[in-house]
Design a protein. Structure first.
Length: 400
């Protein structure tokens, strides 16, 4: 069956989307291996103590990341929230409890987010290292202390922001910008002051070697999405790091009644995540990359022949060590020739049926992103590349 003739959502009256944006949450993230769904169905056939299943999954996450411990979560944002809650609760009486049985520690964990008097709630972050997802820190009762400006920060500013009475942790989001201080510097300053570092590496896969990269550097808590490149259930994530902090995060998590109660994971989702993680670790990344690259080169070649269109392929790299992640088809449109700009082209592709979701001005993937529309070929299904090309031709023809 051709890709443009089948829409499993048609029976619901909903458009199909062509995912040319990569592992983007708003179009579903990824496509899981059928084995993931078989494992989830099998897990649905009996009950289990959720905290025991979480501990089993946490062991698998720890093995994959090289961390002391791990915790399955309901996504990257849930991991950020629980990581912040764990750091806020460090040094409190919560450390004396274990995540099993009834939550007799409820009176402690329900101090966050609204009753944090006497707790260390401030997290230090570089101003230009902020992102839209770190709001999850504040959901847990944390408060950011920004250092530096949009051009960067200094090690001295990181150091001066530390307050022994109020600082819970330092926070770092992995991004392509070269203006922020590297994570090594953040780790050094934080550990010199005796507080942990949280790193949001949610989208830093591939390569799978990144699962161990931040742990090996001494990061205390690291976050990965389970529903992106790992291709687990879209509402899944990984939190890995120090055993004492993971325990504090677990005590705040579902099935208990802390701030993490709002981010439940079913037993099926937990098993699906671990199954997907195993499959991902066994995957031939080189073969996948070559397939993505071949599709990207084809698209760029076809689009580059259109009048007023400049197209090529760039390789997105990881935020720290600049290891190749995946190829991106870049498109720059000359509005004077085409009668339409890149932003309007992007919007018309999104508004069509099927909707074609690329990324316009992807600041989180490229440093030079202004005016550029990109297509990530990771989840462009067979035949969809030609459909994208034909749709672009149609939009530009109508605009001329």
């Amino acid at each position: 069956m051709s890709v443009d003739s089948y829409n499993p959502y048609e029976k619901y009256g909903v458009r199909r989307a062509i995912n040319a944006a990569g592992t983007l949450t708003r179009v579903g993230g990824s496509i899981s291996d059928p084995e993931v769904f078989r494992a989830m169905e099998d897990a649905s056939k009996a009950f289990v103590h959720i905290s025991e299943l979480q501990q089993w999954a946490g062991e698998k996450i720890a093995e994959a990341t090289g961390a002391e411990a791990g915790l399955p979560t309901a996504g990257g944002s849930a991991s950020i929230m629980l990581a912040a809650a764990a750091c806020i609760m460090k040094g409190t009486e919560l450390e004396g409890y274990e995540p099993k049985g009834r939550a007799v520690w409820r009176h402690i964990i329900q101090r966050v987010p609204a009753h944090t008097e006497g707790l260390k709630t401030k997290l230090i972050v570089q101003k230009m290292n902020r992102c839209e997802y770190d709001h999850a820190v504040e959901i847990a009762g944390g408060r950011f202390v920004e250092v530096g400006d949009e051009e960067g920060a200094t090690e001295e500013e990181l150091e001066e922001a530390f307050d022994p009475a109020e600082t819970a942790a330092y926070y770092y989001t992995v991004q392509p910008s070269s203006r922020s201080l590297p994570v090594d510097t953040v780790i050094e300053v934080a550990h010199r002051n005796g507080v942990p570092v949280i790193v949001d590496a949610s989208a830093e896969l591939p390569p799978k070697s990144n699962l161990r990269y931040y742990t090996s550097k001494g990061v205390d808590l690291v976050i990965f999405s389970g529903g992106k490149t790992i291709a687990g259930p879209n509402n899944s994530g990984l939190l890995a790091g120090r055993g004492d902090l993971i325990k504090l995060a677990h005590l705040q998590s579902y099935p208990f009644e802390g701030v993490g109660r709002v981010a439940k994971m079913s037993r099926e989702t937990i098993v699906g995540l671990v199954t997907a993680l195993r499959i991902y670790l066994e995957r031939d990344e080189g073969a996948h990359f070559r397939a993505w690259e071949a599709k990207a080169n084809f698209m760029a070649g076809e689009l580059g022949r259109l009048p007023g269109v400049e197209s090529g392929v760039v390789i997105a790299t990881t935020g720290e060590e600049k290891t190749p992640k995946f190829p991106l088809v870049t498109v720059r449109v000359d509005e004077g020739v085409c009668g339409i700009g890149g932003g309007e082209l992007h919007q018309q592709l999104v508004d069509g049926d099927p909707s074609i979701e690329g990324i316009y001005e992807p600041y989180y993937l490229l440093e030079d992103y202004e005016g550029i529309l990109v297509f990530n070929t990771q989840y462009i299904l067979q035949g969809e590349e030609q459909l994208i090309i034909e749709r672009i031709k149609s939009v530009l023809s109508n605009a001329a």
